[in-house]
Design a protein around this ligand. Structure first.
Ligand SMILES: O=C[C@H](O)[C@H](O)[C@H](O)COP(=O)(O)O
Length: 348
């Protein structure tokens, strides 16, 4: 990993830090209580899992931003709520990932913007860190209605992925995830946006995942227990459910739209979402299908072949470094905002 990825976001005490060396506002929450000591906020279980995860796998803890030294560092005596802690974690990861992957802000960069709550901070980081003259030359590609609105609200140049000429790639795509395993396989689609997300990610030279500490996992299905989101043609939903049960899924269901909408969730593409829980997916090795135990790639290859399945929320296979010319579903890096105010990076 490059040295410039090592940014200071960790202090002996709770800190509020600015991530930008340019004069201007503090880029993280203005007065806030930032991160308490480990274990606060009811996250002991997650902290333990995270600790075990990173003791066994390649990772980096970001510890020093030589070019983005904090402008302010305020002591805090209050403890953030668990929700604040999670939001702060997402924001830290977002600023760090944008700093690492958009510096030194090349003009005319084409950027994919994912969906969900974490990418809101990615857009905030981009608009905060990139100089306006450069920002005005950049183009942003959404992954659904939410990110389209996000891009427009931020005053950024919006373009659609169907306008990208054949043989052309976006420079980078930033997106969240519901769960990340040590090999950078992902579960996505908790917000029902997986299909366009996969199209944009595979249309990018590199995909950068931004998340908080809850998303790190030793095996997909460990932390995200709602099941693998699968986008299906509505008329095929029952057929798909039956096939999933036959494959060992533990109670697959069509995702309900309530309380916002009666009936099923309808995606931006007019499809339904089936959530299919499986036993935690093996990172390596082979499947033991008789026991309903699957290896990530084998399950993904089987799911995508079910008639009626439009796309699956497993992002697997190659990453951008391996694929070279696009088509990669896995991120080249995943940034995790941690409970203690640090950011961990899992690199391909
Ligand atoms: O369908 C939703 C997307 O895959 C999101 O990127 C994913 O659910 C993570 O969302 P959040 O950042 O809100 O946790």
């Amino acid at each position: 990993m490059n040295k410039h990825h090592h940014l200071l976001l960790r202090g002996a005490s709770s800190l509020t830090v600015s991530l930008c060396k340019r004069s201007g506002p503090t880029h993280l929450p203005p007065a806030g209580p930032l991160f308490p000591s480990s274990g606060a906020g009811g996250t002991t279980t997650a902290a333990t899992i995270v600790s075990n995860f990173f003791s066994r796998h390649h990772h980096s803890t970001l510890t020093s931003p030589h070019h983005h030294l904090p402008k302010t560092a305020r002591m805090s005596t209050t403890t953030p709520s668990p929700v604040d802690l999670i939001e702060q974690s997402k924001r830290l990861a977002a600023f760090q990932s944008v700093t690492a992957h958009l510096v030194p802000f090349p003009s005319r960069t084409r950027i994919g913007i994912g969906s969900g709550s974490t990418v809101i901070y990615v857009v905030e980081a981009i608009t905060t860190l990139v100089p306006p003259t450069t920002l005005s030359t950049m183009t942003f590609y959404p992954t659904g209605a939410q990110s389209e609105q996000l891009i427009e609200s931020a005053g950024l140049n919006l373009q659609y992925i169907n306008k990208l000429p054949p043989g052309t790639l976006l420079d980078v795509c930033f997106d969240g995830a519901d769960e990340v395993d040590p090999n950078l396989n992902l579960i996505k689609g908790g917000g029902a946006c997986l299909w366009q997300e996969k199209i944009v990610a595979t249309s990018s030279k590199k995909f950068v995942c931004v998340a908080d500490f809850r998303k790190m996992s030793p095996a997909l299905g460990t932390m995200w227990k709602k099941g693998i989101p699968i986008e299906v043609l509505p008329l095929a939903a029952n057929r798909v459910l039956g096939e999933l049960e036959r494959m060992g899924s533990l109670g697959p269901k069509v995702r309900p739209g309530l309380p916002g909408k009666a009936g099923a969730v309808v995606t931006d593409n007019g499809m339904w979402i089936v959530d299919a829980p499986f036993r935690p997916l093996r990172v390596e090795g082979t499947s033991d299908k008789e026991k309903g135990e699957w290896q990530v790639d084998e399950l993904a290859d089987a799911l995508i072949k079910i008639p009626g399945v439009a796309e699956i929320g497993l992002f697997y296979g190659k990453n951008g470094n391996q694929a070279g010319e696009g088509g990669a579903q896995k991120p080249v890096e995943a940034y995790f905002g941690m409970e203690d105010g640090s950011v961990k990076v899992l690199s391909a």
